[in-house]
Design a protein around this ligand. Sequence first.
Ligand code: HEC
Length: 124
Amino acid sequence: MNYKMLLGLALGLGMMGATAAQAQDAKAGESFFKRACAACHTVEAGKNRVGPSLAGVVGRKAGSVDGFAYSPALKGSGLEWNDENLDKYIADPKGTVPGNKMAYAGAKNEADRKNLIAYLNSVK
Ligand code: HEC
């Protein structure tokens, strides 16, 4: 085996590792979601509970699910739900969007939030 083949093999293995790690994150994120969020949120489109459906949340504007009565604070926040804004909001809902009505204290553990966001990216 020459070094180019070795390099190719190493790159290939590296990428497989990354995909496996992401799948792992999303799986852990799903169980965190069930514990911390599912009382108020579903990931089914059009199915709102106390909170709006989070199906396809990544990439949409805050406060944009039809038929959900958002607080003026969240609706007027101007946020778009990308990984970074989700991370801030989930860590500290009240501090990130003052006056919003999500009654959740915040997920303080960064690994939990990372897994959760990987999961939210997987629910379309
Ligand atoms: C006690 C109920 C409750 C819990 C628990 C809860 N939420 Fe919420 N969530 C809400 C409510 C209510 C809103 C709407 C807030 C508003 O309009 O001000 C909301 C809004 C959101 C939004 C904004 C959605 C949009 O369409 O703009 C996201 C994202 C979100 N929650 C994620 C989460 C995640 C992730 C968890 C778990 C870590 C969680 N929430 C836990 C009630 C809850």
